[in-house]
Design a protein around this ligand. Structure first.
Ligand code: S3P
Length: 436
């Protein structure tokens, strides 16, 4: 375990280019694998989670080139049904996206057997939310706790198209069902309670899938996928991850004298809830050069320090900022007034129970934080004292606590800082370089 020491009172200045979007990186690898021909990926996130996806694909017989920062990655597609039966367990590491999307891709590989496993955190996370609707399409998936937990065994079967209403707004569930639908015997329709990130829809369409999105359908955001089309390898350009940029956007508000430009950030509207909340808080964030790159909106973001107002969030906004809630909890500590987070019970089944972990760790810094069933209540204008805190193995907790440490008195030690490498391997270097 590595510990990071952070001195309170620093200010952040300069420019930072956050690494590639994690969600888009996984999808580029997976869709490239089932396409025909070569897929070239620029800006792929060279972090532990996408490395887990690449390792699984290699075990399934898909040639994926080495993943190194600054180098394009190539995937030699094997086609929709080209995976070979692997000799070994498919190790998804810490990555829920890898395991859930892989389940969708493997369920229809008739006659082949696959075993998926992950680290201690992933073994605790619910997989029934994917396995159950896949079973309704004809999949055979076994696992611990009535098929809900890894290790999971998949016996590939021919799949039927289905109409599925997902109980949670989850892009991982939606994407797994769409991937299974690619080789089903008829159309697959997924209806969500609220719109989750739509990277799969955009990218599947770019690869040639027959897919129709109806985000405003009266029964709920709906996607219809019709099987039958082959996918063609593409060039994918991965924008910077707004979920990684969020740490800098919040840090720049809180640390007096800060002024940062975060370059090349993906601004897909299904991900920009954090910008809406920061705006409502009176934060200073400016979009500098908005453009479109390979089907995704991108911009540079300037953020600088100043006072914040409290926020109250819930409902359909939550899926648009689900990964940014830990760092928003830190922003709330500095705001004027009491902030409220509701409808965020999903955070309890992320890499850790992020509501419990953030409340516990922020209290170590002297903060008052109330945990509710589905959120947090956080009074503002609190004074934080440097202390030893812990990531509890969660990458977004590690980085959120680093932001809190910038405004705590004295020195804060973040134990388990290496967790950041799951999504942002250069986070601690960037923090030091920017002045934190
Ligand atoms: C992701 C979707 C989100 C998010 C996760 C990545 C994806 O999970 O929290 O970090 O790439 O589809 P859910 O869709 O399950 O909420």
């Amino acid at each position: 375990m590595t510990s990071q020491n952070i001195q309170g009172g620093g200010r952040l200045q300069g420019r930072v280019r956050v690494p590639g979007d994690k969600s888009i990186s996984h999808r580029a690898l997976l869709f490239g694998a089932i396409a025909e021909g070569i897929t070239t990926i620029d800006g792929l996130l060279p972090a532990e989670d996408p490395l887990s996806t690449a390792a699984c694909l290699r075990a399934l017989g898909v040639p994926v080139s080495a993943i190194e920062a600054g180098r394009p990655v190539t995937v030699e597609g094997v086609g929709l049904d080209g995976f070979r039966e692997p000799l070994q367990v498919l190790d998804c590491g810490n990555s829920g996206t890898t395991m859930r999307l892989m389940l969708g891709l493997l369920a229809g590989r008739d006659g082949r057997h696959f075993v998926l496993d992950g680290d201690a955190s992933l073994r605790r996370r619910p997989m029934g939310r994917v396995a159950r609707p896949l079973a309704a399409m004809g999949a055979v998936i076994h696992g611990r706790e009535q098929g809900d937990k890894a290790p999971l065994a998949v016996l590939g079967k021919p799949l039927k198209g289905a109409v599925i209403r997902t109980p949670v707004a989850s892009a991982q569930v939606k994407s797994a069902l769409l991937l299974a639908g690619l080789t089903a015997d008829g159309p697959t329709t997924v209806i969500e309670p609220a719109l989750s990130r739509d990277h799969s829809e955009r990218m599947l369409r770019a690869f040639g899938a027959d897919l129709e999105s109806r985000p405003d359908a009266p029964e709920g955001p709906t996607v219809v996928l019709r099987p039958g089309r082959r996918l063609q390898g593409q060039t994918v350009v991965v924008p910077g991850d707004i979920s990684s940029a969020a740490f800098w956007l919040v840090a720049a508000q809180l640390a007096p004298g800060s002024d940062l430009v975060v370059e090349n950030v993906g601004l897909n509207p299904s991900r920009t809830g954090i910008l809406d909340v920061l705006q409502a808080m009176g934060a200073r964030v400016e979009v500098l050069a908005e453009r479109e790159v390979a089907g995704e909106p991108v911009g540079d973001l300037r953020a600088w320090a100043g006072p914040l107002r409290a926020f109250s969030i819930g409902g359909d906004l939550i899926p648009r900022l689900v990964d940014e809630i830990p760092v928003l909890a830190v922003a709330a500590l500095a705001a004027e007034g009491t902030s409220v987070i509701r409808d965020a019970a999903e955070l309890r089944v992320k890499e850790t129970d992020r509501l419990a972990v953030m409340a516990r760790q922020l209290r170590r810094l002297g903060a008052a934080v109330e945990e509710t069933d589905d959120g947090l209540v956080i009074p503002g204008q609190q004074t934080l004292r440097g202390a030893t805190v812990a990531s509890e193995t969660d990458h977004r907790v590690a980085m959120s606590l680093a932001v809190a440490a910038l405004v705590a008195d004295g020195t804060t030690t973040v134990d388990g800082g290496e967790a950041a490498a799951v999504s942002y391997p250069t986070f601690w270097d960037d923090l030091a370089r920017l002045g934190g």
